[in-house]
Design a protein around this ligand. Structure first.
Ligand code: 5GP
Ligand code: MG
Length: 175
C-alpha cells in the first residue's frame, strides 16, 4: 500500500471552518439556528463548526440524523436510508443542514426533501467537501468548505468501510 496522501491538512481545515462559521453567523444573525448534522460522516465537521460558531451571538440547537448511502465499500448503493430521525421539531425554525461531502447529491436531495416537508422557516445546507464531477441529483448547497477531486477521500469524519474517521486531515485513499 502506498503512503497516505494528505489532501487537506489539519491547519487548512481549521482555517476554512472558521471562515465558514463567520459566513454562517453573518447570514443567520438575529436568532436561533437548529444545526442538523448527518451521521456518521459529519460528526467531526459539526463538532468543529459549532465551536467556531460559539460566541457569535447565534444560539444553537445541535441535533443529528443518521442516513446511510453507502454499503461497506467505495461505491454508493444508490439508495438513501433514513436510519435515525431528529429528536427536535423544525417547523418554523431556521435550519442549517451539515454534511461531510456532496458527491452525487442524492443524499442531500433526499434529506432536504424530508426536512422541507416539515416546513422550516429557513433551510440552508453546508458541506465540508464538494465533489462536483459526479453530481447526478439536484440539491442546493449554500456553504462549501473545499472542492474535492473525483477521488475517494477519507478522514475528518469520512470513512473507508468504517475506518479512518479519526484522521485530523483529509486524505485520498491509497489504491
Ligand atoms: P451522495 O449521496 O452525494 O452521492 O453521497 C453523499 C455521501 O456519500 C456522503 O455523505 C458521504 O458519506 C459519502 N461519500 C461520498 N463521497 C465520498 C468519499 O469520497 N469518501 C467517503 N468516505 N464518503 C463519501
Ligand atoms: Mg455522509
Amino acid at each position: 500500500m502506498r503512503a497516505t496522501q494528505i489532501l487537506i491538512s489539519d491547519r487548512r481545515l481549521q482555517r476554512r471552518v472558521r471562515r465558514l462559521a463567520e459566513a454562517i453567523a453573518a447570514d443567520f444573525a438575529g436568532g436561533e439556528v437548529v444545526v442538523v448534522g448527518l451521521l456518521n460522516g459529519s460528526f467531526v465537521f459539526v463538532a468543529d463548526l459549532v465551536r467556531q460558531l460559539h460566541g457569535r451571538r447565534l444560539p444553537l440547537i445541535v441535533d443529528f440524523m443518521t442516513v446511510a448511502s453507502y454499503g461497506a465499500g467505495r461505491r454508493p448503493s444508490g439508495r438513501v436510508r433514513l436510519l435515525r430521525d431528529l429528536s427536535v421539531g423544525i417547523r418554523g425554525r431556521r435550519v442549517l443542514l451539515v454534511d461531510d461531502i456532496v458527491d452525487t447529491g442524492r443524499t442531500l436531495q433526499r434529506v432536504q426533501a424530508v426536512l422541507r416537508r416539515r416546513q422550516p422557516a429557513v433551510l440552508k445546507t453546508c458541506v465540508l467537501l464538494d465533489k462536483p464531477a459526479r453530481r447526478a441529483a439536484d440539491c442546493r448547497v449554500d456553504y462549501v468548505g473545499f472542492t474535492s477531486p473525483d477521488e475517494f477521500v477519507t478522514g475528518y469524519g469520512l470513512d473507508y468501510a468504517g475506518r479512518c474517521r479519526e484522521q485530523p486531515f483529509v486524505s485520498v485513499l491509497p489504491q
